[in-house]
Design a protein around this ligand. Structure first.
Ligand code: DAH
Length: 344
């Protein structure tokens, strides 16, 4: 038996296999070469009639050929199968995709953005001043001398670090009013500032959290008076709450403004009837007043030439009073409960 013929037969078989386009073609090639009457099978059958020396060499050759052809068939088979399955896989490109769940900004961030844009429309410049502040900016420069009882209102966190020789102790700022002096130092009148930042006080109950936000307005120019203050506040309230809401100005005392007011809004949780959040139908949202001459002087501004007004509001409380929200506990805002947060 001719070894070259066996070699050629094997090469032919492999070439045919690689050409096969379908599984059916592959199957018939298997029969042609390896079936009961296949070309290789026939040769194998003839082995016993060969001379022993020849039989060994030819036998090994035929076995190799058989094995190589089988391998070629099975690897081409899997190639055809993958190809086949891709061709048959059905993809509807018009079907709607799967949307990943989408979150949203925290309510306080939403409120801050809305408040900023309301004030930006009337020319206020958004600024931000330090949360970790010196006593001077938070108290003394705002006309609250050391040990003055007025300071008790701001339940302050002091930081245990060495004092600054002029600026005093380091505190977590208890209000954004500290930004008033910072703004006066940064720029000269006319000033129209809106400072929105975190504040800290040692308080925790239904209407207080130890970390909260305030927005502080400051306007300084020649001839600024109370009507400017009222007009600005009324504009904000109308934009933020709508024109139906009632606010009231109550005379109050702050060391850094004269005269001073507190501003209340009719409670939206109980529609002004009185509830566990507001108690008497009104919610205190802000303090305001005409900037005290001493504060102007401390900020390097001549009170003979300039006057100004200022106001400071709690962001969380303001947001809670938006119509229809009915949030009656400020702590909910920071409880990180998704059942609560995803409602907004
Ligand atoms: N800083 C005051 C507070 O936290 C609020 C305040 C009162 C701000 C009067 C002002 C102001 O700008 O003029 O309670």
């Amino acid at each position: 038996m001719d070894t070259t013929r066996i070699q050629n037969l094997k090469n032919q078989a492999i070439a045919d296999i690689l050409e096969a386009k379908t599984k059916k073609e592959l199957e018939s090639l298997r029969i042609t070469y390896l079936g009961r009457k296949g070309k290789i099978t026939k040769l194998i059958r003839r082995l016993p009639s060969l001379k022993p020396e020849e039989r060994k060499e030819i036998g090994a050759l035929l076995n190799d050929a058989k094995r190589d052809i089988e391998r070629a068939i099975s690897s081409h088979y899997s190639l055809l199968t993958t190809h086949y399955s891709l061709e048959n896989e059905w993809l509807d490109v018009t079907a709607p995709g799967k949307k990943p769940p989408q979150g949203h900004l925290h309510l306080v961030t939403q409120a801050i953005r809305e408040i900023s844009s309301i004030f930006e429309k009337i020319g206020f410049v958004r600024v931000r001043y330090p949360e970790i502040e010196w006593d001077w900016y938070a108290f003394e420069g705002l006309n609250m001398p050391k040990d003055h009882p007025a300071r008790d209102e701001w339940e302050t966190f002091f930081i245990d670090t060495p004092q600054h020789p002029q600026l005093g102790k380091m505190v977590l700022t208890p209000h954004t009013s500290s930004g008033q002096l910072r703004e006066m130092e940064r720029t000269k009148p006319p000033i129209r500032m809106i400072n929105i930042a975190k504040c800290y006080r040692r308080q925790l109950d239904i209407s207080h959290v130890p970390m909260f936000h305030q927005f502080e307005g400051l306007v300084i120019d020649k001839g600024i008076s109370i009507p400017h203050l009222k007009g600005t506040i009324e504009y904000f309230v109308k934009e933020f709450f709508g024109s139906q809401r009632k606010i009231r100005f109550r005379p109050f005392h702050f060391r850094f403004t004269e005269p001073s007011f507190e501003i209340d809004i009719d409670c939206d949780v109980c529609q002004g009837k009185g509830c566990r959040f507001c108690r008497q139908g009104w919610v205190e949202l802000a303090g305001a007043g005409m900037v005290h001459p001493i504060v102007l002087k401390n900020g390097g501004i001549n009170p003979q030439i300039y006057s100004g007004f200022a106001f400071g509001w709690g962001v969380e409380r303001t947001y809670m009073m938006k119509e229809g929200l009915k949030i009656d506990d400020i702590r909910l805002l920071y409880s990180n409960d998704l059942k609560f947060l995803t409602q907004f």
